[in-house]
Design a protein around this ligand. Structure first.
Ligand code: IMP
Ligand code: MG
Length: 193
């Protein structure tokens, strides 16, 4: 068991992935991408806001190639369940035609987000399109998803930290922790959140 440092979130369950483990894995992913894209001069990291922000900013520093970064903002979640309907709140700015795009998200759960956005991006004719996710809840997939660069497979816990949130809370934790959902609901019911 990793000891949980004091943070003002009383609803942290347990630390699933430590800061050191994340750093090590992000470095590996960066090395792999650096190698795979060694021939490319038009590499675009396309992150999904807001969950992928911490991941993408760390990852890009581990990729030793020229690259560009862009973002899309999408939503489907209220609380801890996907609605299945993916809404695009803001689109990317780059014309991705001819670019080698890596679509980056924090976590794949049902897979609806990546499935939907991937299809949409393919219609915009990138030179290539790959998917990178820090976390994958494999047992929860509802659509077929290929993740080209995956940080960690995790069991079916609702998690927060390292960019991931529960109702916008918990993104600043430097590690990935499970959410104690019982405690969370209790605090909400008491108006403490
Ligand atoms: P999907 O469309 O069901 O695959 O969900 C993907 C999105 O749901 C991710 O981009 C996250 O924003 C959010 N999400 C899914 N599971 C979690 C979780 O355990 N913690 C925080 N956000 C999550
Ligand atoms: Mg997200």
């Amino acid at each position: 068991m990793v000891e949980i440092p004091k943070f003002p979130y009383e609803f942290i369950g347990e630390v699933l992935i430590s800061q050191a483990e994340i750093e090590k894995r992000v470095t590996q992913l960066g090395e792999q991408i650096t190698h795979d894209y060694r021939e490319s001069s038009k590499l675009l990291l396309l992150g999904l806001l807001r969950g992928s922000v911490m991941f993408i900013t760390d990852l890009m520093r581990k990729i030793h190639r020229p690259l560009t970064m862009d973002f899309m903002s999408v939503s489907s979640y209220t609380g801890t369940e996907t609605s299945g309907f993916i809404r695009i709140d803001s689109d990317h700015k780059t014309n991705i035609s001819g670019w080698d795009v890596i679509l980056i998200d924090d976590i794949v759960d049902s897979g609806y987000t990546i499935y939907t956005i991937r299809k949409l991006l393919l219609d915009r004719h990138p030179n290539s399109l790959k998917v990178c996710a820090l976390l994958d809840k494999v047992s929860r997939h509802k659509v077929p998803i290929d993740i080209d660069y995956c940080g960690f497979e995790i069991p079916d816990y609702f998690v927060m930290g390292y960019g991931l949130d529960i109702d916008e809370k918990g993104r600043n934790l430097p590690y990935i922790a499970s959410v104690d959902l019982e405690k969370y609901q209790e605090m909400r019911a008491e108006g403490r959140l």
